[in-house]
Design a protein around this ligand. Structure first.
Ligand SMILES: [Zn+2]
Length: 295
């Protein structure tokens, strides 16, 4: 009986998963006269349109490219000229090959290309084919500026934040900032420590973003709804407080095991729902400990 129940539960969760995959709905939110965010499955997509064509930031997953293109076609009939990747993760670059086929030039930080080109194994260890046309064609070390659709689009690298290849994109005329996964609105961040991310780099990336924006800026986070200067300030406060708490505990010589169990480190923000997303409070504490004790 027990087996049957767990089998049924498993079957049910699979069918829910299947339904979710089939029914990805792309929703579009207008941010300025010619910039938009597309929400779907995976990292939020930024779109800028105009006479010169379409500028695209990130592309979610390959299997939903047709739906994403359909949503873009409702905004512009011009070709997609550039695709900027905010970092290498598959939920932001999965559609690269398809978008390149549309004629777009892919641009990213040099570590994005390196990580994608060296990604030759699947999680189970089986060989994985690297698709050359999915790789960024133009790479940069620190920053690059696009002069496109009558505005300057400033793309700058932030060091060791979510990964070691993060780029933040500022559309200066539209006053729209795409932060990729250096910002998770209202949720604890996922910091990829194995790909060069760190809590301290993550905080300084958010502080850098704060310097260049104003009260009217619309912030596209990697995941979650549109953020603002006010919410970004609150987010930095959260990151700094839990990091200070974590440092104090580490200084007292708490073991990793006890550290992860110590809910007082994150309690204030657990209570505000920050741990209700992909990264729960326990995982956040594990990240804090590993990042802050790394040599
Ligand atoms: Zn990511």
């Amino acid at each position: 009986m027990k087996f049957l129940i767990s089998f049924l539960a498993l079957a049910l969760s699979f069918s829910i998963l299947n339904a979710q995959q089939k029914e990805v709905i792309i929703t579009t939110e207008k941010l300025s006269d010619n910039t938009y965010v597309l929400f779907g499955r995976g990292g939020n997509i930024g779109i800028q349109t105009g006479e010169d064509g379409v500028f695209m930031i990130d592309d979610q997953f390959a299997n939903i490219t047709p739906k994403i293109l359909e949503a873009i076609r409702k905004l512009s009939d011009k070709p997609i000229r550039f695709l900027q990747n905010t970092h290498h993760h598959g939920d932001h670059t999965g559609g690269n090959e398809n978008i390149a086929k549309q004629g777009a030039v892919i641009v990213a930080h040099e570590n994005v290309r390196k990580r994608m080109a060296n990604n030759t194994k699947n999680r189970d260890g089986s060989p994985r084919e690297v698709i050359k046309s999915a790789l960024p064609v133009i790479t940069f070390k620190e920053d690059v500026t696009f002069h496109f659709n009558d505005e300057d689009i400033i793309v700058f690298h932030v060091h060791n934040a979510h990964t070691d290849g993060d780029a933040i994109v500022y559309l200066t005329g539209s006053n729209v900032l795409h932060m990729g996964d250096t910002h998770f609105n209202g949720r604890y961040p996922y910091i990829d420590l194995n790909a060069g991310g760190s809590i301290e780099g993550y905080i300084s990336a958010n502080k850098k973003a704060l310097i260049i924006i104003n009260e009217d800026t619309k912030i596209i986070p990697g995941h979650g709804p549109i953020a603002s200067k006010t919410s970004l300030e609150a987010y930095i406060k959260m990151l700094e407080e839990i990091t200070a708490n974590a440092k104090a505990k580490i200084a007292r010589g708490l073991s990793k095991e006890d550290f992860i169990k110590d809910t007082s480190i994150t309690k204030t923000y657990d209570d505000q729902g920050y741990g209700s997303g992909f990264i729960n409070s326990e995982r956040m504490r594990a990240t804090l400990y590993t990042s802050l004790t790394k040599k």
